[in-house]
Design a protein around this ligand. Structure first.
Ligand code: S3P
Length: 440
């Protein structure tokens, strides 16, 4: 049974927080390590439910995986080394879009058949976006109604393609580039706006050849097919999308002061910090360094009153993929800042772990907030007084965590239903929240 958590506000945040490993990077590094020729060791691996799901899938493919706290050791099988126990392997991606979409790129190139499924939420999420490019590479995938999990993937020899995606999505890009490792030539992915680039940065760490660039309004990433990947020693930085809940709340709750240690600051993931700074937030970066191509550093955040310029702020276009996972908590921020914040071009939110435009709008209204809903976003004028209430999370981890922060801002007691869904990306969330506040 998942708990209902009660949070009393108003409260502030203080202390030094060590945020668990980045979820996006953890999925990718585990998958690539499983294909390397030899043993990789990965520190700071995210032990969230989603990333454990990826490890279970790799075990199902015959890979020897050892997890010791956040240290992951994977005995890579080589690019052609997956050996499932059955002719037709059944894999469970749980709630994880990254697992099903990115792993499908690898499964499409194997010499066996895989069936990959997920939970109720994952079964509602669009899969045609990966089926289409994989089919163009020569892959054969059957899906429920042609576009939903479960996917039956008949492994085949793949050919390289040059693919133009309608959606800026790092999951689609990673699926195609991972499949491209098996295609004898150069596989190119074009996207209409820059999505997170962890895959492009990580493939060369394993010895694969990658090129990136721009072509008119498209961002390009290309990979060359290869025969072998090298094992790695890799250190995963803290997850900026997990840190975002604490950063957002600390930035606008006067009296707050937190330090976030060792967090990923990749520019394709950190526009959220710039948005907060544009709202007047006091956030500084310290000890910044580069590791495996990824920027990493500490953040110092101090609370103060925030507000937009008199004409308000509109977040739309190219910035949206960069802040996509932070938009729920930005909505909460918008209720507390002076002026109007509008989010547009964010229709992708409707096909995340929940319909995040709906769940955000419903959650804010449950706390007495006022918000205007659009098909592709919302508009929120602030500051507003939030009052404690009961928030339904629809089993969506980022909704549970964003509204826990709203609970710190609201007067009275806020109840977060099905709060344990936070474990999907951040199992330590409520413990860290309790330690950083006067108690939840
Ligand atoms: C992710 C990409 C994003 C993001 C998700 C993780 C990834 O999804 O929302 O949480 O690891 O590549 P899309 O690529 O579908 O936008």
């Amino acid at each position: 049974m998942s708990r209902t958590i009660k949070i009393s506000g108003p409260d502030s945040l203080s202390g030094t927080l060590n945020i668990p490993g980045d979820k996006s990077i953890s999925h990718r590094v585990a998958m690539l390590a499983s294909l390397a020729s030899g043993r990789s060791e990965i520190g700071g691996f995210a032990t969230s439910a989603d990333c454990l799901t990826t490890l279970e899938c790799l075990r199902g493919l015959g890979v020897d995986v050892e997890l010791d706290g956040p240290v992951l050791r994977i005995h890579g099988k080589g690019l052609r080394g997956y050996r499932p126990a059955e002719e037709r392997v059944s894999l469970d991606a749980g709630n994880s879009g990254s697992t099903i979409r990115i792993l499908s790129g690898l499964l499409a190139a194997q010499n066996f058949t895989s069936v990959i499924d997920g939970d109720e939420s994952l079964r509602l999420r669009p899969m045609a976006r990966i089926i289409e490019p994989l089919a163009l590479m020569g892959g054969r995938i059957e899906a429920r109604e042609g576009r939903y999990a479960p996917l039956t993937i008949y492994g085949r020899d793949l050919a390289p393609i040059s693919y133009e995606s309608r959606v800026a999505s790092a999951q689609i890009k990673s699926c195609v580039l991972f499949a491209g490792l098996y295609a004898g030539g150069r596989t190119t992915f074009r996207e209409p706006a820059p999505s997170r680039n962890h895959t492009e940065l990580m493939l060369p760490v394993f010895g694969a050849e990658v090129e990136t660039g721009e072509d008119g309004r498209f961002r390009i990433a290309a990979v060359k097919g290869c025969d072998q990947l090298n094992p790695v020693y890799y250190r995963v930085p803290g997850d900026i999308s997990s840190a975002a809940f604490f950063i957002a709340a600390a930035a606008l709750l006067p009296g707050s002061e937190i330090v976030i240690k060792n967090v990923g600051l990749n520019p394709t993931r950190s526009a959220f910090l710039e948005v907060l700074k544009d709202l007047g937030a006091d956030i500084s970066r310290e000890n910044v360094f580069e590791n495996h191509g990824e920027l990493v550093g500490d953040l110092l955040v101090r609370g103060r009153r925030l507000g937009t310029a008199p004409e308000g702020m509109v977040l739309s276009g190219e910035i949206i993929p960069n802040i996509i996972d932070e938009i729920p908590v930005l909505a909460v921020v918008a209720t507390q800042t002076e002026g109007r914040l509008e989010v547009r071009d964010a229709k992708e939110l409707r096909v995340k772990e929940s319909d995040r435009i709906r769940t955000v709008v419903d959650g804010l209204r449950a706390l007495g907030g006022r918000v205007e809903e659009f098909e592709d976003g919302f508009s929120i004028g602030g500051p507003q007084r939030l009052k404690g209430g009961r928030v339904e999370t629809a089993g969506d981890h980022r909704i549970a965590m964003a509204f826990s922060m709203a609970g710190l801002m609201a007067e009275g007691t806020t109840e977060i239903a099905d709060a344990d869904c936070a474990r999907v990306s951040f199992p330590e969330f409520y413990d860290l929240l309790a330690a950083a506040t006067s108690g939840i």
